[in-house]
Design a protein around this ligand. Sequence first.
Ligand code: MSS
Length: 369
Amino acid sequence: GQDAKPLPEYVKWKDADALIVHSDKTLETKRGELGSSIITPEEKLYIRNNVNTPPESIVADRDAWRVEFAGVKEPRTLTVGELKTIGLSTVATVLQCSGNGRKYYQDKLTGDQKISGTPWTVGAAGCVIWSGVPLKAVVDALGGAADAVQFITGTGGEEIPAGLDPKDLVVERSVPIGNLDNILLAWEMNGKPISLAHGGPIRMIVPGYSGVNNVKYVKRVALAEAETDAKIQRSSYRLHGVGEKGSPEQPSIWEQPVKSWVTAPLEDSKAGSVQITGVAFGGMNAVASVEVSTDGGQTWQKAEFVGPDLGRFAWRLFVLPVDLAPGTYTLVSRATDSEGNVQPEDTEMNGGGYSHNGWRGPAVEITIA
Ligand code: MSS
């Protein structure tokens, strides 16, 4: 639009036409950009930073970046260059912000209820391919896990300004130890060294888990008996009621639930045949099927998956060809994962506006002439 904000300096190389700039730290991919190609090109991929991005200098000599390993039998610091000699694997994942879809909760608030945070619709998400070393291989190379560890904690490499409490600002996330077999320490995204904006020189990828758990420019990986007490883990990214504060007793925003949305058509058009397209994913599980409705959920038709299946953690593209006569239509989609979990009509409201996966929120209203 005409009052569109310009791209911030550190992501000047991105495709401005494909993105909505909410702020310097929050850029959303436009809905129509996501459904035609299974992999989201990095020029179009959304951005979410909780704090300021580190300087470009940290990607000047990528192989020299150091990662400290703790909670293993032989704790050590390894460079990215050394990590590259330990193992290699690759995985396609849906990278999605925990707050994607927050706007659909905000739209339903009444009275003085308030959910703060970026009003993402569907575009704080993409499907990307990561390559790097399996964390399990690194842990094995360091003598195996220490006894009694329950969590894996990754620490972001941002410099904390002097005088401020690191616990309040550090991007440090813990996930259950069960993810050890899935986690990748990745140096490549979509076949290229990971850009600084997306977490280069090296990023901790937790397949199936929501965005915040995928720590960029990771500088420390620790197996630990308890979750970190960094604020971003203790109280932020927790499932709590509207107006309440987050606390460690509430569920952490970890596994992503099954989800889908329509990516086309988004505009009014003339009567005739139309390809309804979209993306669907199962989060922690593979996506099994997806249905589409043109009447706001009164009747459903099974859509076809098209293109390759990039594995359990990736999304799939779907298509449903329909003939649309003149009239008004409400297009929605509803996915089911391999465990039989189905997207609900509405997701129960929560105070952080997290993990939205209701099918009604992202409905597309179109008129066919
Ligand atoms: N990491 C770090 N280091 N820092 C920050 O800030 N953020 C988060 C993740 N990681 C961060 C990190 C978030 S929150 C998200 S989503 C993600 O990341 C994003 O990504 P990209 O690449 O797209 O930007 Mo929400 O849940």
